[in-house]
Design a protein around this ligand. Structure first.
Ligand SMILES: *[C@@H]1O[C@H](CO)[C@@H](O)[C@H](O)[C@H]1NC(C)=O
Length: 339
């Protein structure tokens, strides 16, 4: 929950954004997942992310880097890119080799997964903090601190052994340090500049209400859907007047296929208390003009139906009855009968 609120706080509080309108910190990371099946079989997936936006991926075994965004090369030249890719590739190859070679010494049991996340966090476009974290079977294993590998307590003796070995290669440690403290922030600043128009775009949300499955007898589930917004931070709340409803439940912010976001916010209320409630949406794209949707108004078609159709049916019924009734009293029909 705190995780959801944190980015929001950063946006709503003045000073949360840097002057260019990006959220702080700006994080760039390469995520590399390696699955070791047996003594000779290993598969890997590799991707790179700017915040929650994927910028690169590596296509299967082909080793070809796919640039996911038109600006994924940042301001790096072809040579710069080739060199960085080459260094990273060598690093990962050696890493995998180390795990294969020391599998029995480190008591690794096939199958197992190793994950690496490495990159840098940028603050105010100036300060950069580099990081590399390794996980083994999904839990913390080791991390790169300053200029060497540090085992995580959870990694036990195995992590200590692995770090001891990795720390023997002074040359590799220096390369990692340079990647983190120099290459990474330089690349990210280039990305932010090249992708500016895309990253700073503002897309207004659409919002609508519906009712969810009834939570319990006599209760209603009010659902407020907000979709198609960008950037991600948003504030959505069920309100009565200016009063925030504490029972408001916020779902996860989910990605739409076009890179915008979707959020569903619900409120469980007693059926009698639903009217007068509204869903309020605050988002940077709305420039202070909050979206407010009132519960009950979305079903106005229902009321129009009732207001128009019911009297109409009554009227037609009345007309028929009247005609029939009138026929009986029609003097001509009486005359007819006399004849
Ligand atoms: C290793 O695992 C792969 C994938 O599951 C399998 O195809 C291969 O036959 C295995 N090799 C050995 C030596 O067990």
């Amino acid at each position: 929950m705190l995780f959801l609120q944190l980015p929001l706080l950063l946006v709503l509080l003045p000073g949360g954004d840097n002057e260019e309108g990006f959220q702080e910190p700006i994080s760039f990371q390469i995520i590399w997942i390696s699955s070791f099946y047996n003594r000779s079989w290993e598969e890997e997936v590799c991707s790179a992310w700017l915040g929650e936006l994927q910028t690169h991926r590596v296509e299967g075994k082909s080793d070809i880097v796919i640039y996911q965004q038109p600006w994924s090369k940042g301001n790096f030249s072809r040579e710069d890119l080739m060199e960085s890719e080459h260094i990273l590739r060598m690093f990962f190859i050696r890493f995998v080799q180390a795990f294969f070679n020391h599998a029995s010494q480190w008591k690794l049991e096939y199958p197992f997964d190793v994950q690496i996340a490495g990159g840098c966090d940028l603050y105010h476009g100036e300060t950069s903090v580099g990081f590399v974290r390794i996980a083994y079977q999904g839990s913390d294993f080791a991390s790169f601190q300053k200029n060497s590998w540090l085992p995580s307590p959870k990694g036990g003796t195995r992590a200590q052994l692995v770090c001891k070995l990795f720390n023997l290669y002074q040359g590799t440690l220096e390369i990692i340090q340079k990647l983190l403290s120099d290459t990474c922030p330089r690349f990210v600043l280039g990305l932010l500049d090249a992708g500016k128009a895309d990253l700073q775009r503002q897309v207004r949300p659409e919002a609508w209400l519906s009712s969810g499955p009834n939570p319990s007898p006599g209760h209603l589930m009010l659902v407020c859907h907000v979709s198609g917004f960008y950037p991600k931070p948003i504030w959505v709340m069920w309100m009565r007047g200016e009063q925030e409803q504490p029972g408001t439940q916020q779902g996860d912010i989910l990605p739409n296929a076009d890179g915008t976001w979707y959020l569903r916010v619900t409120l469980d209320v007693a059926a009698g208390e639903a009217s007068g409630l509204s869903c309020r949406v605050k988002h940077s794209s709305l420039e202070g003009q909050d979206i407010i949707l009132y519960w009950g108004q979305h079903s106005s078609m229902g009321w129009i139906f009732l207001a128009v159709i019911v009297p109409l049916v009554l009227l037609i019924g009345l007309a028929f009855w009247h005609r029939k009734h009138w026929k009986h009293c029609d003097p001509s029909s009486a005359l007819h009968r006399l004849e």
